[in-house]
Ligand binder design. Structure first.
Ligand code: FES
Length: 153
């Protein structure tokens, strides 16, 4: 068929999307579900701007076809805050001024949430290594790492 029906729960909201089979999860989230917090940087799995969480695990949504995630529950940057109370990493990014232009920030924060869920980051060096898939062209890495280390401690 030219279109597939794809069921996605995004931030607790149910979406039934009619998508062509080659639509990426990133485009489904942004263009079809209308949630533009998740960003498209490279669209090739190299920058991390499109990072979202599935069952607490981080994935590059640009590298995933939406049809492959039929029935899954996805959390995007919009879902980390209830609109009143921020996720601790969101507060830490604000406190540590962990951005300049902000374009990579949703991916950085979702990736950091997933990394902390993995429980493998013991040191600053671990954080640097495990966050190396998220590129910041402004070079705000020191403040990003400081924000993450603050939440970790
Ligand atoms: Fe997905 Fe760059 S937009 S990794």
């Amino acid at each position: 068929p030219e279109y597939e029906l794809v069921n996605l729960t995004i931030n607790g909201q149910f979406f039934k999307l009619k998508l062509q089979p080659w639509v990426s999860l990133l485009d489904a989230i942004r263009e079809y579900a209308g949630l533009t917090g998740t960003k498209k940087g490279c669209d090739h799995g190299q920058c991390g701007a499109c990072t979202v969480l599935i069952n607490g695990k981080r994935i590059n949504s640009c590298l995933t076809l939406a049809v492959m995630k039929d029935g899954e529950a996805i959390t995007t940057i919009e879902g980390l805050s209830d609109g009143t109370v921020n996720h601790p990493l969101q507060d830490a990014f604000i406190e540590h001024d962990a951005f300049q232009c902000g374009y990579c920030t949703p991916g950085q924060i979702c990736s950091a949430v997933g990394m902390l869920n993995e429980g493998r980051a013991d040191s600053l060096e671990d954080v640097q290594e495990l966050m190396s898939g998220n590129i910041c062209r402004c070079g705000a890495y020191n403040n990003i790492n400081a924000a993450i280390m603050d939440v970790k401690s």
